[in-house]
Design a binder for this molecule. Structure first.
Ligand SMILES: Nc1ncnc2c1ncn2[C@@H]1O[C@H](COP(=O)(O)OP(=O)(O)OP(=O)(O)O)[C@@H](O)[C@H]1O
Ligand SMILES: [Mg+2]
Length: 359
């Protein structure tokens, strides 16, 4: 059972869904400073959000892919989209990328309202890097990129390909057939392809799926450099440490949107603060030691053999706990604030969904 005794009530989940977004302002998009602020002539409001999604749903017949999803993503923000298999992540990307039509709800993508007639204009401003690269294996890297640049009807094809290959550090493999590249290198070609049209919004669908740690690290570095250049990135991932490292904010989807917020904000809001205490041996009467201390709301033995204390203010509680332990003759091995990971938040929400379904 993964549930922490310090978990707050589910109302926090509801509160978080309404949490204000806090994107870090981007510097400059790959497509130049003007690509994010290009005036829209398609009826879209030119506001601060690269993506505005309102009550969006998609069903395939009876099957609900995602339901009543609402969120916003700011320009220059890296937004992580997490969720278990079948949660609706890819379908959300495909819907916002105009590849499938939503069943209900509305969205604005790169300043343009999502609709069938606005599809070409939206696609000109975005790129999607799908989970599998889908490259022509017998064509060289450059030939692949030329082919896709042709489909996009882009100008300055040579210059764009060079810039994209430079961005993914692949200029030296430009003449190699894609079939001769490793999986990680093919992933980089796919990323270069996604950069060809200088997208205002870049959708990356599990960009590190199936990659080893070295190739994953390389893709992360690329995403970091894009983030530094102010590209808005919508990143779906199963890798929670990836989301934590790369994303300004994350959303957790499980058909419906469960949470949106900064990783640290989610941890703070979902979990009460706690102190981890480890002492040599065990305390004869922990209830007496911890029972009446300022800032300490409760205690329990932890799975690591120490004690976990629920605290309202660690700054008040920690010195009081240290004094009480010393008075009780305990040898303190460690006394530290508990750190909940994004994984804790994620697993807890998914656990809640599993339990809710059982009921
Ligand atoms: N073209 C389709 N026709 C019917 N059902 C579909 C179609 N595409 C997706 N679905 C269903 O919609 C749900 C969401 O699928 P989706 O691929 O969006 O999930 P996901 O979160 O990307 O999962 P994964 O982590 O496995 O990639 C699933 O139940 C899936 O079977
Ligand atoms: Mg998917």
């Amino acid at each position: 059972m993964r549930r922490s005794p310090f978990v707050r009530k589910r109302r926090l989940v509801a509160a978080l869904l309404g949490a204000p977004m806090a994107p870090e302002p981007g510097t400059q998009a790959v497509g130049g400073a003007d690509s994010a602020s290009r005036p829209s002539t398609l009826g879209g409001s030119e506001d601060q959000s690269a993506l505005v999604v309102e009550h969006l749903s998609k069903r395939f017949g009876e099957r609900v892919a995602f339901d009543d999803v609402s969120f916003e993503v700011g320009y220059g923000e890296v937004f992580g989209f997490l969720g278990p298999n079948g949660a609706g992540k890819t379908t959300t990307v495909r819907t916002l990328g105009t590849l499938v039509a939503p069943t209900s709800g509305s969205a604005t993508v790169a300043g343009i309202p999502l609709s069938a007639e606005n599809g070409p204009a939206i696609r000109a401003r975005i790129s999607i890097m799908p989970e599998s690269p889908g490259l022509y294996r017998r064509l060289t890297v450059t030939e692949n990129l030329e082919c896709f640049a042709g489909l996009y009807e882009l100008d300055d094809v040579g210059g764009r390909i060079e810039r994209a290959l430079r961005a993914v550090n692949l200029l030296d493999r430009a003449g190699d057939p894609c079939g001769s590249l490793s999986k990680g290198l093919r992933q980089r070609v796919a990323l270069a392809r996604a950069l060809l049209n200088d997208p205002t919004v870049l959708f990356l669908d599990e960009p590190t799926s199936g990659l080893d740690p070295v190739a994953t690290h390389d893709v992360h570095e690329l995403i970091v450099s894009l983030r530094e250049r102010g590209v808005t990135i919508f990143l779906t991932t199963h890798r929670l440490e990836e989301a934590e490292r790369l994303c300004h904010r994350v959303a957790i989807l499980n058909t419906t949107l469960r949470l949106v917020g900064r990783p640290d904000e989610l941890r703070e809001r979902l979990f009460n603060q706690a102190l981890e205490v480890r002492v040599r041996g065990s305390l004869a009467d922990p209830g007496v030691v911890f029972g009446d201390l300022p800032g300490v709301d409760g205690w329990q033995e932890s799975s690591s053999g120490g004690y976990e204390l629920a605290v309202s203010d660690p700054g008040i509680a920690a010195p009081a706990v240290a004094r009480a332990l010393v008075s009780a003759g305990a040898d303190i091995l460690s006394l530290a604030e508990s750190r909940h990971s994004l994984e804790d938040v994620y697993l807890q929400l998914i656990d809640e969904d599993v339990e809710a379904k059982r009921r």
